[in-house]
Design a protein around this ligand. Sequence first.
Ligand code: PGA
Length: 244
Amino acid sequence: MKIIKAKDYVEMSRKAAYYIADQVLLKPNSVLGLATGSTPLGTYQELIQLYQNGEVSFNQVRSFNLDEYYSLGPDHPQSYRYFMDENFFNHVDVQPENTHVPDGLSPNPDAFSADYDRQITNAGGIDLQLLGIGSNGHIAFNEPGNVFIAQTRLVDLKEHTIEDNARFFDSKDEVPRQAITMGLKSILGAKRILILASGENKADAVKAMLEGPIDPNLPASILQLHPNVTLIADEAALSKAGNR
Ligand code: PGA
């Protein structure tokens, strides 16, 4: 795994935006795997800036988001579709029909998930997958468990994740208990992976991802098997990893 160290969140976001913009400049019809959460927010802001400066266009990009809360519709301010529209898609020239976020209201999540995987395959797979890492080591909503699971599916969120994400809701009780998440097959099938980490609360997970055994109890550790992963992390997130 290639590691790019950033001083702080702002520098991490800038470096990540240039990394993604380079991908799109080299291949304007790239398939991007996109992520939500606090971590990539600054990256999207930097990308919007690059777009407004005329340095990059998303006109031909196709995108697939990693996950969506199950039971939240696109109009819910905490849904990931809403997050993507508000924080990125509505501010750049991506064609709305080329953006995909799992449907949190799907009446048949199994069929929906199988179709989502098919759509990614039919698009030619993901060229660049953007990831954050949960403080429990999850990637997307692939939570710690006994086995690595490949396919997109409906999952139960761990208590730890519900607590981490409660900050976005009025109370912990309002955090959905389930989500549809992309599985590890699509994530690991990406040609390149960019994972971002910022802050002291990610330092244990980052250390375990880089130095620990490949273990489904720390889902991000499976990234050790991918040949083209870049981690852009700030000093706080790298503070527990040895000699970085
Ligand atoms: P965060 O979430 O960016 O909001 O910290 C990361 C994640 O859970 O993947």
